[in-house]
Design a protein around this ligand. Sequence first.
Ligand code: GCV
Length: 679
Amino acid sequence: MLMYSSLWLNYEKLMISDDVEKRAADILKNVCFVSCDGENRIFKSIKKEIETASEILLGEKSTISFSDKKEQNALSVCLVREDKLGKEGFRIYSDDNAFTIEANDYNGLLYGTFEFIEMLRLGKLTKEVNIIKIPDNPLRMLNHWDNMTGDIERGYSGNSFFFADNKMLINDRTVMYARAVSSVGINAVVINNVNVKGEASYLISKKHYDDVRKLSELFADYGIRLFLSVNYALPLEYGLESADPLDEKVCEWWKSKCVEIYENVPLLGGFLVKADSEGRPGPFSYGRNQADGANMLARAIAPFDGIIIWRCFVYNCKQDWRDEKTDRAKSGYDYFHSLDGKFEENVILQIKNGPMDFQVREPISPLFGGLENTNQMLEVQIAQEYTGQQRHVCFLIPWFKEILAFNTHMKEASVADIVSGRVMGNKNAGMTAVCNTGDDYNWTGHDLAGANLYGFGKLAFDTSLSATDIAANWARLYLSQAIGESSFAKRNGEKIVNTVKEILMKSWPVYEKYNAPLGIGWMVVPGIHYGPDVDGYEYSPWGTYHKADLHAIGRDRTDNGTGYVSQYREENKKMYENVETCPEELLLFFHRLPYNYVLKNGKTVIQHIYDTHFEGADEAVKLLEEWKSLEGLISKDVYERALERFIHQAEHSKEWRDVINSYFFRKTGIKDLQGREIY
Ligand code: GCV
């Protein structure tokens, strides 16, 4: 038995139940490659994918041919020159008795092939099919926080499958990973933790070049570029006295290092850098700014078309909690806004979605809309560090949709417009997710967390997709073995898909309800970030305070307070600074309010806290019940693995409810209007 599941590429023989499926299946039996180079590495993967799909889905081998024109009664996979298909885009269409996949490049053909197979499995390959998809984001990336020792920072699904015992792992699981992530359009992967520790500093050294090259080639077969996180202070480890970005010796060192790296790993995409953050070294140590650091590396790597992805997660994690004026939320903008336009062309600033750190709810970082002349990339986290650590179900795609849709009011552009490169016409832009995988059998700990991995890729490729469709498609593809095999399962297919889709779509709002209220965030156990601890970070140096006393809670971030609101464009500033127009889900992030402040629904803040926490915990129990309704309908192992997590979530959400409600009851002495039990 395999040590890992095939995620959503969980093929099984199709049950052909209607003419649409029959026609598609008949056509797939003949595959004709038009104008393709049989030796191209991605082409070979495309061919393999088609062969695998037809063998498993149809139970027979496709006949493969090469030609210079498309054919009838066949699927033609054609490399073309069509401006309208752009870079990595594809078209799938049907005419007479044929299907055609067209693209300008092999990445496009690969994505078209995966989409075609997915449509076949979803029963969507009708006679009328005619779709063109061009990726919205040039870079669609995953960041793994894997350490070379094999553990994963914020990993909730086992150990690394890239590293163990300070060595790299390259095996059939790595191939499965590349297939799966490229099937949803991922084209770049950082394999190691941004906190570059121990042996990982030497991934760019003779010790590991061979393995890094092998993995980069394996990835390249699936159109993925491999990136590495690097230690900014690496020159010090090689005997230089400084890592000052303006020191000629340092610049020369990095230049010759890059020559050596690319001689050994020619396919490397570039570096990801966490500098001057949470104890990591950076240009600040030498009195230089973030652009000095990023540009020095960018110049060294430019001759090889390499990219420097430089994180904006720079803040003081040693602040005095007594200090009312310092506000961690302001730091990203404070450090980077004045540097707008000062970065090299091959630098991309990677910006977390919010100004704090992947909370269940945060405002959008004001750097989006604040930077007008700088390459930018959105960083989200599907590793559920603050959203239930893959023990609670929390489908994050609806949240990412909100983030992307946010109007920054910089040229009326949304975050999606900016990170796609549409606003500035730049190609170095995109989206990245801190990844949620590990070496567990199901890759993601909670089986339903697989929907976040699938969904992130799909959304990064096509930001217009709806979260509901993503949830439903993932459910159908992942649980297809239950849905497709037998007539019993087929009859129940819709129930399975609808139930799972409903659970996923409810999960983020449910999680938000029993967590820290109204956008204030944190309230988690320090360090592990799991479970409730209202004052856990309150008297710490991390800059994440709710400031609750017996009268009021929240931070005043208006100009009367920390002034954070002024980092937004005028329209957003106005919206947030006025307590009447500030979105209620962010009220306590922007305002300090008395507990008897009345919300739009007529409830006071304190009653809202009590009600949402009772509701959230009750709804978590309902999610468990909904999952239980699938018993006997889906495979036993998926059912039971997830059941154990749903049971835990139902219990643990009560802990959240009671700790938070009791805290505020004790602090304020205000009773719950419904007289429910608060301790
Ligand atoms: C990789 C948070 C996490 C850290 C993480 C950091 C980052 O602080 O808790 O584990 O470090 O973000 O994004 O760099």
